[in-house]
Design a protein around this ligand. Structure first.
Ligand code: HEM
Ligand code: HEM
Length: 162
């Protein structure tokens, strides 16, 4: 398989939509936590659009991650850039971890919500920290490329190529 020069429009759109969806999962998480607590206490809760947004938004993150992995498998992804082998390895591992968490977060959340499994909710709450940490590392890496290495890496996620 030849290595493409850049990401496609679809890959780029899916990247940014997923990032926005993940942001809203964190910003509006309190509604979901409150609904889960009420469920644990056996209480009836009124319909809350923020709970629906959490379930549907998380579901879309899963769908988009699988779609992106399918595109990667079919056409590949541009080569990882970096100053050293260690840096490229770190970037590869970060991307791998982000994909894994974009799958594990919705799966653990769904098992908790639809299956009523407390352990899955605990896993979900632990994984949210790992996802946040990896996103922070990922953004720090992107800014490092942009402002220290000045290799214009962020442009790869802005303009489609190849
Ligand atoms: C990428 C996808 C997702 C992200 C980033 C995410 C993120 C979060 C965050 C940050 C919390 C608050 C946890 C806490 O305060 O300890 C939470 C709670 C929760 N989420 Fe998600 N979520 C995602 C997908 C889903 C999906 C698809 C469902 C269900 C269908 C779901 C069900 C829940 C439940 C039941 C809770 C309450 C758990 C608790 O407070 O212990 N999540 N989620
Ligand atoms: C929740 C937020 C985010 C997630 C889950 C995420 C996830 C990912 C993943 C999995 C890739 C690898 C794509 C592939 O090769 O298939 C990627 C690439 C990339 N992301 Fe993000 N991202 C997020 C936010 C951001 C933000 C805020 C920025 C900018 C500051 C950014 C900039 C980039 C860039 C420039 C690439 C391309 C790297 C390269 O070509 O080697 N991402 N992102």
């Amino acid at each position: 398989m030849t290595t493409p020069a850049g990401y496609t429009r679809t890959q780029i759109a899916l990247h940014w939509i997923a990032a926005l969806l993940i942001l809203q999962q964190y910003l509006f998480k309190d509604a979901m936590s409150a609904a889960w607590e009420a469920f644990g206490d056996g209480l009836e809760t009124a319909f809350d659009p923020l709970v629906l947004a959490h379930v549907a938004g998380g579901g879309l993150v899963l769908l988009f991650a699988l779609w992106r992995l399918a595109i990667r498998r079919q056409r590949g992804a541009p080569a990882i850039v970096g100053e050293s082998a260690v840096q490229r390895m770190l970037a590869t591992l970060t991307h791998l971890g982000l994909y894994a968490l974009m799958i594990l977060m919705p799966v653990s959340g769904s098992v908790a919500w639809f299956g009523g499994v407390e352990a899955a909710a605990q896993g979900h709450s632990l994984l949210k920290i790992a996802l946040l940490a990896l996103v922070a590392l990922h953004v720090a890496g992107a800014l490092w490329h942009q402002f220290v290495l000045k290799d214009g890496l962020i442009a790869r996620m802005r303009r489609a190529e190849g």
